[in-house]
Design a protein around this ligand. Sequence first.
Ligand SMILES: CCCCC/C=C/C(=O)SCCNC(=O)CCNC(=O)[C@H](O)C(C)(C)COP(=O)(O)OP(=O)(O)OC[C@H]1O[C@@H](n2cnc3c(N)ncnc32)[C@H](O)[C@@H]1OP(=O)(O)O
Ligand SMILES: NC(=O)C1=CN([C@@H]2O[C@H](COP(=O)(O)OP(=O)(O)OC[C@H]3O[C@@H](n4cnc5c(N)ncnc54)[C@H](OP(=O)(O)O)[C@@H]3O)[C@@H](O)[C@H]2O)C=CC1
Length: 269
Amino acid sequence: MSSAYFQGPWVPAADRALVTGGSSGIGRDIALMLAGAGVEVFVVGRRMERLEAVAAESDGSITPLAADIRDADAVDAAFTAAEAEGGPVPLLVNAASGAFLAAAEDISPGGFAAVVGSSLNGPFQVLRRWAQPLLGAGTPGAAMMVSSALAEREVPGAAHSSAAKAGLEALIRSLAVEWGPRGLRINSLAPGAFSTEGADAGMWSFGPVHDAALDNIPLGRFGASDELLGPAAFLLSRAAGYVTGATVVVDGGWHLSPHPFGSVFPPRG
Ligand SMILES: CCCCC/C=C/C(=O)SCCNC(=O)CCNC(=O)[C@H](O)C(C)(C)COP(=O)(O)OP(=O)(O)OC[C@H]1O[C@@H](n2cnc3c(N)ncnc32)[C@H](O)[C@@H]1OP(=O)(O)O
Ligand SMILES: NC(=O)C1=CN([C@@H]2O[C@H](COP(=O)(O)OP(=O)(O)OC[C@H]3O[C@@H](n4cnc5c(N)ncnc54)[C@H](OP(=O)(O)O)[C@@H]3O)[C@@H](O)[C@H]2O)C=CC1
């Protein structure tokens, strides 16, 4: 991934980063972008072999660390390993999250907990563990949590994910207020529809879901991965030094769409 995303004032805000969800899709692209800009990157996910594959794409600057972000002990172990040589890690990206599409009445307690666990509870444990040593040392840092356009644009089948991502955005605003005075910036990036391995498998490969999404996107198309990287680079750069508690929505306008029935309108008159 090119370091061209980081130029001029858009230099990374620090030289070490931990990226959860760094083995696939959006997290992988961001991890490779940071590594390409000279940042030492730790990638976290549940499956080690997939993390190792991403690490192998770098020049040795990406280190794989396996953990399920819903497991606070595993999150602690991953940060402890990342901090072993260079101390607290100043940059955090949380892209890890999981969701499936299901009618609300069919989401079991376990299914709701699995999605909220990976999209809200787990990200809080990641943020808390990331911040503790930085706050203790008085070292500045910046976190970018990957949210979703679903935080403010509800769609059928995603009640658990919408609720969790809306909670995540509320959480980052609270933490921005609590930790800002102590040198930490916390923002979120909210993607709309992007073709990735996980999202394609879970939703976009189903024709009616794909077409309903397209109907609701004012720009009329899915996003390309490099259209997320620029906004991500900004939030993780010195250029964003006065930005905290913000959500940058990158969704082709989906969150504005007023079309609950797709593009079908009643006839005039
Ligand atoms: C505007 C933008 C729209 C697009 C929004 C996109 C959002 C995204 O998040 S895209 C990223 C997609 N990537 C992934 O989702 C990959 C990771 N996914 C997962 O890990 C799983 O989907 C997970 C969230 C369910 C978590 O996995 P895990 O904990 O391993 O899950 P289990 O198999 O143990 O199941 C737990 C629980 O959930 C129920 N369940 C799982 N899948 C479904 C399903 N398709 N439908 C209904 N219920 C499901 C499963 O039955 C378990 O429940 P209980 O049996 O009651 O315990
Ligand atoms: N693609 C899209 O259209 C959209 C995506 N998003 C958000 O973007 C982010 C990335 O999604 P995307 O790249 O599409 O998805 P992918 O499924 O392609 O990637 C998900 C990554 O997260 C890891 N992961 C998932 N659950 C956990 C967990 N519990 N603990 C640790 N790691 C985990 C996966 O690795 P492993 O499975 O090995 O753990 C993988 O590296 C998510 O937060 C998602 O909600 C939001 C809106 C739209």
